[in-house]
Design a protein around this ligand. Structure first.
Ligand code: SF4
Ligand code: SF4
Length: 309
């Protein structure tokens, strides 16, 4: 692959066509190992970016490394400007776009706040594994974070360094409210695992509502270790299934299971999403779509740039 670990795409460079220069390749590739040797031989020392990516077994710094943009980029004039690095730093902290399953702008209806307010906190404590909020509303665990659903201020906050900060991710907020509106005490039979095709509304997940896993496949399809690292960061239970598997908890009683089969020379990578059977007693089809979208977005963001309490 002609893209180097740093992200420079040699595919579109005339220097490669003229055989004046060759690609560095992804950090885990044999091309990278060969280029490092050549750099040591010809230049006396290797490129610090390529050497670091190779050592850390990172294919592409911009896509795969939690530390990007690190000092190896910021300390040198090459390959990116300080303006580009600052933009990357800033935009990596932005929440995902507030879009619904129909790609329309997401707005949380007032009715959902009222319905959560109207619920008996003792029922929510038992059914949703929620606790009373600091100033009304309720708190609950979501992934690796403590959320406060502030029904008075109509906002969902996360705990960051002893303070409550609005989460900014509208879809995450919607999923949390839907959960609190609908969850009821669980029955034992709700723990069976089912796939999308087993859902009563399986037909919903076709065409425009098909679960979009292409980003996960691109990022983790050949990197089960990276998948496990991201899932562990998010507080998921790592399971001994497939090449890597984990159960993430966007909501305490609504886990989403991801099973990854890594790709190789023969087979394309594959990711399967599964749920506990009780999922349909909490979420409609569009709610399940949103739940998975939030979990996918968290996995793609990975351990980087997430502020935790
Ligand atoms: S910065 Fe390093 S990894 Fe990137 S193209 Fe140059 S030598 Fe290769
Ligand atoms: S620490 Fe920096 S150079 Fe090393 S892999 Fe990460 S982003 Fe690349």
């Amino acid at each position: 692959m002609p893209t180097g670990a740093c992200g420079v795409d040699c595919e579109v460079c005339k220097l490669r066509l003229m055989e004046v220069c060759s690609t560095c390749g992804p950090g885990r590739s044999a091309t990278a190992a060969g280029k490092l040797e050549a750099q040591k031989r010809i230049l006396g020392s290797p490129c610090p970016i390529l050497a670091c990516a190779s050592l850390k077994q990172i294919d592409f710094c911009l896509r795969d490394c939690a530390e990007f943009p690190c000092v190896n980029f910021s300390s040198g004039p090459y390959p990116f400007s300080q303006g580009f690095l600052a933009m990357q730093e800033r935009r990596r902290k932005e929440p995902p776009p507030a879009m619904t399953h129909n790609r329309s702008k997401l707005h949380i209806p007032d009715e959902y706040w009222e319905r959560v307010s109207a619920r008996d906190v003792s029922v929510l404590r038992q059914a949703a594994k929620a606790t009373a909020g600091p100033d009304g509303g309720v708190c609950l665990q979501s992934f690796n974070e403590l959320l406060w659903v502030d029904t008075v201020g109509k906002r969902v906050c996360r705990r960051v360094r002893e303070q409550w900060i609005e989460i900014g991710d509208a879809l995450w907020g919607l999923v949390t409210l839907l959960y609190l509106v609908n969850v009821e005490p669980m029955q034992e039979e709700g723990r069976d695992l089912i796939g999308v095709a087993d859902l009563k509304e399986a037909h919903y997940f076709r065409g425009p509502h098909a679960m979009d896993l292409h980003g996960l496949l691109e990022r983790y399809g050949y990197d089960a270790g990276g998948f496990r690292e991201a899932a562990t960061f998010l507080g998921a239970e790592v399971l001994d299934l497939a090449d890597a598997a984990a159960s993430l908890r966007p909501c305490p009683q609504a886990p989403v299971y991801f099973l990854l089969h890594e790709g190789d020379e023969e087979f394309q990578p594959k990711i399967t999403v599964m749920f506990e059977r009780s999922i349909e007693r909490i979420f409609s089809a569009s709610g399940i779509w949103s739940l998975v979208k939030v979990a996918v977005s968290k996995l793609l963001r990975g351990p980087d740039r997430q502020e935790c309490s």
